[in-house]
Write a protein that binds this ligand. Structure first.
Ligand code: AMP
Length: 281
């Protein structure tokens, strides 16, 4: 695997490969890699000649400065995992490299950015769009891989490439979980051992909510989820929304269960975790 910090070097290397008609799969990340990230690389390796991963903790998508400062940065560990995963290029740019000057672009997300994460993390999706559009320009991928763990982000990115006419195929990838159901996340390593014991309640609640939805209304299901999470003194729910999977508009009845997704954000001490579940079947 080649590690490159400099965008012009990466552009040169990838141009040579593109001229040989090689397809390029791209996996953008913020590092502290886990099996969830590595599964994206596996999908990319299967579908493309070359796989590029980026590791960049993007300051513009953090609305909470402390969250940005404490975000885990363990590139040397990440490199070992990437060597095993057979990744071809690792791009690790500096902040100066990605933001040589203030990027003042604004984006129209057609309200996809207004609910859920957008409501509680103002400016978050603008930051995501800034970095992803820059990275796409540098890498010029054939396909880019995004986890369904960040369901709203995936929806926003699909919209972004459509409206900006970016010629890339966005490939959604399923959520990888720990054996106890906890969605894998770089932030999990920041949990104390006690907190770690409590957080499986998040996925347990989502799974039970799917059962409850067979007899309860949408509102009753939402209320039940809030009570279930808040019954644990270490957990505090920020939101639980049931939305349709394209417009992310609130669902008010179960007429379209097949396209309904329940999205949750929970605070555990000073760590914030998100997860989601589909209500189909
Ligand atoms: P992050 O490093 O958190 O920005 O995530 C980089 C990419 O990995 C995003 O597309 C995430 O949705 C994806 N990802 C993160 N956690 C998981 C997971 N548990 N399963 C599948 N994909 C994930």
């Amino acid at each position: 695997m080649k590690r490159i910090d400099n965008k012009s070097d990466l552009i040169k290397e990838l141009n040579i490969l593109r001229n040989k008609a090689k397809t390029i799969g791209f996996v953008p990340t913020m590092g502290a890699l886990h099996e969830g990230h590595l599964s994206l690389i596996k999908y990319s390796n299967k579908q493309n000649d070359i796989t590029v991963i980026s590791i960049f903790v993007n300051p513009t998508q953090f609305n909470d400065k402390k969250d940005y400062q404490r975000y885990p940065r363990i590139v040397e560990d990440d490199i070992k995992k990437l060597e095993k995963a057979k990744c071809d290029f690792l791009f690790t740019p500096s902040e100066q490299e990605m933001y040589p000057e203030n990027d003042t672009r604004e984006f129209d997300f057609d309200n996809l950015d207004k609910a859920m994460e957008g409501k509680f993390r103002p400016g978050h999706f603008r930051g995501v769009a800034l970095i992803v559009s820059k990275l796409f320009e540098i890498v010029g991928p054939t396909r880019a891989y995004f986890g369904e763990k960040d369901f709203q982000q995936l929806t926003v990115i699909k919209h972004l490439v459509k409206t900006l006419n970016i010629p890339v195929e966005i490939v959604p990838c399923p959520i990888l979980r720990e054996p106890d159901g906890l969605a894998m996340s770089s932030r999990n390593m920041l949990l104390s051992p006690t907190e770690r014991k409590h957080v499986p309640l998040i996925f347990k609640t989502l799974t039970e909510a799917k059962e409850k939805a067979k007899t309860l209304s949408v509102q009753e299901t939402k209320d039940w989820v809030v009570r279930s999470i808040n019954a644990d003194p270490l957990l505090k729910i920020e939101y639980f929304e049931i939305v349709d999977d394209t417009k992310l508009e609130s669902v008010t009845d179960w007429k379209n269960k097949n396209t309904s997704v329940g999205c949750i954000a929970v605070h555990v001490g000073n760590i914030r975790l998100i997860d989601n579940i589909r209500f189909n079947l």
